[in-house]
Design a protein. Structure first.
Length: 319
């Protein structure tokens, strides 16, 4: 009755889907939904942010009544679809990769141009249209609003004793991702000397879907999980556009234009590297860092359907 009164349109049994957003603010709705589902009148979709963290405290998960679906930002292929690239273009791309043949020039140029755009825009669908109209400032404003919302979420939902350091780590991601360091430098965090001091903070950011750690491995051998060194990693925002909005407009324009080195010293290669953990579906790709003696670390990337690992410096050549 309450839902029908709040609804702006008639609710028709067996035809209406009820969407309950921001469910993390009242997580026990997930428990109560079992009884609504048993009635069979409507179908329900529960959405919200930080669910991987907030739903840990639910009294009882309604097993058998709820299907959990993890949502991710647009990957590069989906970004291309939204930009009007036909699905057949990716069939051609996969065929060339499988047979180790060179891409036709027209397809290579189109995809490379879109990849530069993807690195700057990220998964922001609205920003995709704006950038097409050269309104880069509007795109950056959208990303900055998202940053503000993430910081608000940290203040609201992170454990009180962890909030300040989590916020510091979140704000350090652009400088750490853009540097030539082999890993996230713990010394950048005020008062931190050992990884054990901030293990819970990094774990919270990862499980909340705010940041994406890419762990160091001892060797580029599948499965990467066996060689992971969990205390050595690089940390990225979940969306590449949000990373780029943290840098100057000049840097973003340089990446969009395909530059590899900024005149003021910005490591453009790091910006492209940071897009790799997010440029393909997490269920179909592996990423890790491999530390090389006397040189910076390299991101290793593999699409499982292709099989082999590639250093970040070669991924663009393969695309």
């Amino acid at each position: 009755m309450r839902m029908s009164i709040a609804a702006t349109q008639p609710m028709v049994a067996n035809k209406t889907v009820v969407v309950i957003d921001e469910v993390q603010r009242c997580p026990n709705v997930v428990t109560f939904i079992k009884y609504l589902v048993q009635r069979g009148d409507f179908r329900y979709i529960l959405t919200g942010s930080l669910l991987g963290v907030e739903l840990e405290g639910i009294d009882s998960l309604p097993v058998g009544y709820v299907e959990q679906v993890q949502m991710y930002p647009l990957d590069f292929e989906e970004f291309c679809w939204a930009s009007g690239v036909a699905a057949g273009a990716f069939d051609m791309l996969r065929g060339c990769l499988k047979d180790e043949k060179e891409l036709p020039g027209y397809l290579y140029d189109r995809l490379l141009n879109l990849f530069h755009q993807y690195v700057v825009v990220g998964a922001c669908r609205r920003g995709q249209f704006l950038l097409g109209d050269a309104q880069c400032r509007e795109v950056r404003n959208i990303h900055r609003d998202l940053h503000a919302l993430y910081r608000d979420d940290i203040a609201k939902y992170a454990p009180p004793e962890l909030r300040l350091v989590i916020r510091d780590i979140y704000d350090l991601i652009p400088s750490e991702a853009g540097s030539k360091n082999k890993r996230f430098k713990l010394s950048s965090i005020n008062g931190v000397k050992r990884f054990s001091q901030v293990t819970d903070h990094f774990l919270w950011l990862s499980e909340a879907g705010v940041a994406l750690p890419v762990y160091n491995v001892t060797a580029p051998v599948a499965p990467l999980l066996l060689g992971e060194q969990r205390n050595l990693f690089k940390l990225f925002y979940l969306d590449t556009g949000m990373l780029m909005s943290s840098y100057s407009k000049r840097v973003a324009q340089g990446v969009f234009d395909g530059g590899t080195e900024d005149a003021f010293g910005m490591n453009m290669g790091a910006a492209f590297e940071a897009s790799l953990p997010k440029s393909s579906k997490p269920t179909d790709s592996d990423c890790a860092t491999l530390r090389l003696k006397k040189s910076a670390s390299s991101i290793l990337w593999r699409r499982r359907s292709m099989g082999r690992f590639l250093p970040s410096s070669q991924v663009g050549q393969e695309l």
